[in-house]
Design a protein around this ligand. Structure first.
Ligand SMILES: [Zn+2]
Length: 148
């Protein structure tokens, strides 16, 4: 799948929804609080989690992520627990239309047991504030964007 396909949506998923969800688990994170970890290896540029459209809202909710102008997702199953990293292994698709759903896809191969991370700064909008980042990656910017 090339990057344009990724930006336009999740494309065709090769696994059932149940299989996709099964490998993601909540565990204590070294970055912050509880994180999401994969129990299986994920390939480069793989769509590994699709977010149900029932979890897309036209106003921000606590712990939600912004995916487009005036669209947010709040997903207590997985997404709300994905921590920020300035050197993330995954990204949240940010463009949706009637035929596509938001998803998480990998930016590189991810090993079984790794924590899933995304760059919050790529999805937050102008209403966000800067808070201190403690992601511990080598290229940490020192801040991340969050809504108050
Ligand atoms: Zn950082």
């Amino acid at each position: 799948m090339d990057s344009l396909d990724q930006k336009l949506g999740c494309g065709i998923l090769v696994q059932s929804l149940e299989d996709k969800m099964n490998h993601l688990v909540k565990k204590p994170s070294r970055i912050h609080g509880t994180g999401i970890f994969t129990e299986r290896q994920i390939s480069d540029r793989e769509t590994f989690y699709e977010i149900p459209l029932s979890k897309v809202f036209n106003k921000p909710l606590p712990r939600c992520a912004r995916i487009a102008t005036n669209l947010w997702v709040s997903d207590e199953e997985v997404l709300n627990y994905v921590n920020h990293s300035c050197n993330p292994n995954s990204e949240l698709s940010t463009l949706i239309d009637a035929s596509s759903t938001p998803c998480l896809f990998s930016l590189r191969p991810i090993l079984a047991g790794e924590e899933i991370t995304v760059d919050y700064n790529r999805t937050e909008g102008p209403d966000a504030i800067r808070i201190k980042c403690e992601c511990q990656s080598e290229n940490c910017r020192g801040y991340l964007l969050r809504r108050e």
